[in-house]
Ligand binder design. Structure first.
Ligand code: HGY
Ligand code: MN
Ligand code: MN
Length: 414
């Protein structure tokens, strides 16, 4: 176990080095295309090069390191996660999977493993979708699913995704060239903190992910009528913010009544032209809906859309409902999961199988390849929060399981 602890210590050092590269003093924020983001990709590229991987940064800023097989025409097994973060993030969500993947490849290089397939380590450039409010930009390029219409999306400063790519030094006309063709994929493995409390509560270091919840991201705009806070009587107002507040609490109530299969979150809300003495005339806010059950997600979406219209009509507000992004629930590959199960058993850890409520780059990858994920126990399940943390022993355990998993995969394809 001491070897795994030593490797886990090196993972921790790199986690902290990457976390120190941030847009915000004293916090971890590295969003797509910013200067700290580019410093972060350069750091990861440097580690990959030092590990002896064939390294490049692709047109959308993914950092990619390849370990080649000597077998002609060998397929590619991808180990990946993301290195962009939410605002005021934790250190582990994303980077842990990339840095542990790097450790696995360093180990294979150290033992001069004969690879029957190529392995590509990828640090995806935009899983969170903070800047352009649409996720998986990096992984969609690698899977060939990138929609060029996204290039015209504007960020809050009016900069298009196309401009952001070009500013980073990328060429948006070559994005398709960066895809791994469907026939060349062998499979996908992503290590990620659980971002939930199950492993923490049960003091178990790792879990196998059986499925990933589907999600729908909506942008709602409520348009009322701005007015003077002091002169407009309460019963003569079209207040966009109180309308949004009624809808938000109703959506929360609905999700609570369906909490066994549904979560609903309003994470962003902007009062346009806000001032303390102005009745809000326009509000723009987000709605994030998730469920592992495709049908129930659809029903909840339709119910809440109707609820939004009813509340707005009652208050004389004009509602706009824009579905920004949606992904179907994903089932992880049974064959890869069988090997992960064995790896967990051989490493003498209890088997825990979880559905992921969080989205991951494994979602777009599941369109072109069999996917597998290993969750690592994290402090009280906290994530998207600077308190996010993981323990050395749990990371060491995840390294032990992942080593075993990779060895099984290599033996299977020898
Ligand atoms: O939102 C998510 O589930 C992920 O953190 N991007
Ligand atoms: Mn996240
Ligand atoms: Mn993540």
């Amino acid at each position: 176990m001491s070897n795994y602890i030593n490797r886990a210590e090196k993972v921790f050092i790199r986690i902290n080095q990457l976390a120190a590269i941030s847009e915000d003093e004293g916090a971890v924020t590295r969003t797509f295309g910013t200067k700290p983001f580019l410093e972060g990709t350069a750091k990861v590229a440097q580690w990959m090069k030092e590990a002896g991987l064939q390294t490049r940064i692709d047109q959308i800023g993914n950092v990619r390191g390849k370990l080649l097989s000597k077998t002609a025409g060998a397929k590619t097994f991808v180990i990946a996660s993301h290195i962009d973060t939410v605002v005021n993030a934790g250190k582990f969500d994303g980077p842990l999977g990339v840095i542990m993947g790097l450790d696995l490849l360093e180990q294979l290089v150290a033992i001069k493993a004969e690879l029957p397939f190529n392995i590509e380590l990828i640090a995806f450039s935009d899983e969170e979708g903070v800047r352009y409010h649409t996720t998986f930009l990096g992984s969609k390029v690698v899977t060939g699913a990138f929609d060029n219409a996204l290039l015209n999306k504007h960020d809050k400063n009016g900069i298009t995704l196309k401009e952001a790519i070009r500013t980073m030094g990328g060429d948006d006309t070559l994005l398709a060239v960066d895809a791994i063709l469907p026939e060349n994929w062998l499979g996908y493995f992503e290590i990620h903190i659980e971002q939930g409390p199950v492993l923490w509560e049960n003091k178990i270091p790792v879990a196998l992910v059986t499925a990933i919840a589907g999600q729908k991201r909506v942008e709602l705009t409520y348009t009322g009528f701005a007015g003077h806070a002091g002169t407009v009587p309460m019963d003569m107002r079209n207040d966009a913010l109180t309308c949004a507040s009624e809808f938000i609490l109703a959506a929360e109530q609905f999700a609570l009544q369906n909490k066994d299969h549904l979560v609903a979150t309003v994470g962003k809300l902007d009062v346009i032209g806000s001032a303390s003495n102005v009745i809000p005339g326009e509000v723009v806010f987000s709605l994030d809906l998730r469920s592992p059950d495709e049908e129930k997600l659809k029903t909840a979406y339709q119910h809440l859309q109707q609820l939004s219209e009813n509340i707005a009509a009652k208050r004389g507000i004009m509602p706009k409902w824009n579905l920004v992004q949606e992904t179907l629930p994903v089932v992880c590959d049974a064959g890869l999961n069988e090997m992960l199960k064995q790896a967990i058993g051989t490493s003498n850890y209890d088997l825990v199988e979880l559905v992921s409520g969080a989205g991951h780059d494994a979602v777009p990858v599941s369109e072109v390849a069999p996917v597998s994920m290993l969750f690592v126990r994290c402090y009280k399940g906290i994530s998207h929060n600077p308190l996010e943390n993981a323990e050395l022993a749990d990371i060491a355990a995840a390294i032990q399981v992942s080593d075993n998993f990779m060895n099984q995969l290599i033996q299977k394809h020898q």
